[in-house]
Design a protein around this ligand. Structure first.
Ligand code: XMP
Length: 322
């Protein structure tokens, strides 16, 4: 397998990069159709614009509502792109994902269940429906590195693991961002005319909120971690941190409400300083910020009696818990 030639942010000439990638996509897809899934993250957003520039209406852009995204996310992202002239179709696949995740507790099995549901079931169906031969996706170099190193199986890495997507799923994959890391993608996304809310958006994992539930994923647990995520994102938005998240623990702990025992849930908050996600340290948040987070989470998220803040660095920690 040829090694991938990294393009560092300071070496990236965005005009030339965009022109080359648009030409490459047009050349591969010819007069056919390609599909892509937009998640609203900077990687898939940049790919959506590149694909739209190369193919116009022959790019079918979908937002897969897998049931594990944040509050109101599918609609909010579709609106941003419609303003940019790119039509996004929202696909409701919630039942499929929750069924696939049922009773799975092992982190890598969870990731695999999400991968298979995305690529085999949902994309397989969309490819057949649209007659597309290609899927465009926003894999970046860090995804490949961490998967090859066996740290975490990123949901979007195949060829580097010896998996031929055409044989496994029935379509080819085009990865225009594979030579870049996150900082390079942000630079390219800004040059593509995406709004700052997108090109500076904190990263969010492919397995979405399922990466933030320890143990088996259910609709109910996703509902809880989603509410906690809303609070954490509102309170930490202005910290300038690389990423911040709420995690729902599996173990319950004894708490008390209205003078009665309440055997309740634990939420862990993580907030990270990092350049490219390869190493990270916890942000030194002011104590008042931590207290406000705790107060809001125990009051606004049903069943939560304990809130903790992670103080260990990556490595040996990783940023997500799953
Ligand atoms: P970790 O937890 O490996 O995360 O330290 C590093 C960065 O990658 C994101 N992440 C993922 N992104 N698919 C993705 O697209 C995944 O499976 C995945 N796992 C982690 C994570 O949010 C962090 O920014």
């Amino acid at each position: 397998m040829p090694s991938i030639q990294e393009i560092k942010k300071n070496e990236l000439n965005t005009d030339r990069f965009i022109e080359e990638k648009v030409r490459e996509i047009s050349g591969l897809v010819g007069d056919g159709v390609a599909i892509n899934a937009l998640s609203g993250g900077v990687d898939s957003s940049a790919v959506t614009i590149l694909g739209h520039r190369a193919l116009g209406d022959r790019l079918k852009a979908y937002f897969i509502n897998n049931g594990i995204m944040r509050e109101g996310e599918p609609q909010a992202i579709a609106r941003i792109f419609e303003k940019l002239g790119v039509k996004i179709e929202i696909i409701d696949a919630q039942d499929e994902f929750f069924n696939a995740l049922k009773e799975i507790t092992d982190p890598e099995e969870k990731r695999e269940a999400i991968t298979q549901t995305f690529y085999k079931d949902v994309f397989g169906r969309l490819v057949r429906k649209s007659d597309a031969k290609y899927l465009l996706q926003g894999t970046i170099l860090t995804d490949v590195d961490e998967t090859i190193a066996g740290i975490k199986r990123q949901h979007n890495v195949f060829e580097q693991l010896g998996i031929d997507p055409e044989k496994a799923f029935g379509y080819k994959i085009i990865e225009p961002l594979i030579q870049l890391r996150k900082d390079g993608v942000r630079k390219a996304a800004a040059a593509l005319g995406l709004p700052e809310s997108i090109y500076n958006r904190p990263p969010f994992p492919g397995p979405a909120l399922a990466a933030r539930v320890i143990g088996a994923v259910t609709r109910e647990k996703i509902g809880i971690v989603r509410k906690a995520t809303t609070v954490v994102e509102e309170e930490l938005r202005n910290t300038g941190a690389f990423q911040y998240m709420a995690i729902l623990h599996e173990d319950k702990v004894t708490g008390m409400r209205e003078n009665k025992r309440d055997f309740g849930l634990q939420i862990e908050v993580r907030c990270w300083e990092s350049v490219d996600a390869r190493k990270a340290t916890p942000t030194k948040l002011p104590y008042e910020t931590l207290t406000k987070l705790a107060d809001r989470i125990v009051n606004e998220v049903p069943g939560v009696v304990s809130v903790t803040y992670n103080i260990a660095s990556k490595p040996p920690s990783t940023m997500e818990v799953v």
